[in-house]
Ligand binder design. Sequence first.
Ligand code: SF4
Ligand code: SF4
Length: 364
Amino acid sequence: MNYKEFGKTGKKVSVIGFGGMRFPTAGKEGEYDYDYCSEMIHEANRLGINYFDTAPFYNNDQSEDIFGNAIRNMPGDFFISTKCSSSDAYEMRKSLERSLRRLNVEKINFFHIWCVMDLDDYNRRMASGGAYDELVRAKSEGLVEHICISTHCTGDEISHIASEQKFDGITLGYNILNYKFRQLGIKAAHANHTAVVTMNPLGGGLLTSNSSRFNYIMDKGDDSIFESALKFNASHEEITVVLTGMDSIEHVRSNATNCAVIPGYAEKTKSRLLAYSNPEFDSLCTGCRYCEPCPYGVPVSKFMLAFNRKTLGDDNIMKNNIKMHWRINPELVHKCTECGACEKRCTQHLPIIERLKIIGTVYD
Ligand code: SF4
Ligand code: SF4
């Protein structure tokens, strides 16, 4: 296992982080086998993973409880990260106290101002007497060790946030497909001695589910796109932790063994990508669903995931995906009133309205 310094905190964290949003259900939706989930977490820790990331609402709002159950007898050292998306001080305190109770810990090592979408949103969280100030107070009381931020902002917006030096760590979505969109941000964070935790290294599963389409990503000697994608993120000197959601003990083991830091690997991959990469590839939907709900009932993420097939070059596969995979009526695109609510929330800043119109024309 490779370890990196977490910004200027003095902590050494494993380069692979355990993303706690994909615990497997135990047969029924919303039911989890807490013993098996504990085994997964303990196995990760045994293999050297010490960064564990959770949040309220993950896994039907049980992810923090699952971790709380596992870490009471965790064999090795570990750090816990969790989050709150409120801009209000009272709500922030309530959420923090609930996380402490659920996780069975006296302090949260890395507490995130969660899911900041743009600079207006950032300013709301940072407003005097609001969420950020409450976290500063909690830190002075010893309830929070390091204040971090998780964001879906663009690279230059992240640069602005990093330049203010209010956070010990920044968590953001970054992978081979979208790196151009955020690389300015990770460089600024690194220059400001702020740790960078990347989520979504597999592009929402797009890379692994289209492995033949993306096989040019693999370097000589790589056994899979999965391995190449993890090594790509891990090998950036600006990136501290690569978070991946884990859904089985086997998955934990393969993450732990494939996420290696190889000096020069990221730069070498980027120069190879220049020869192949379609500029559209950094604007693929990741399926995160932050755009929903649409007040007019448009199943936005399903249409945008299907649109990925068009971006990857095939209208017929997109149509098939809408009909056979998602089983949605393509006429629903016409319910869009262009209110713009989904675009404001889209983590990849996709032109959703325009894409819905294009989907409509494919059926004309
Ligand atoms: S822009 Fe269209 S799809 Fe998006 S939320 Fe508004 S009505 Fe729904
Ligand atoms: S459209 Fe944007 S917010 Fe919605 S699922 Fe796709 S990437 Fe996520």
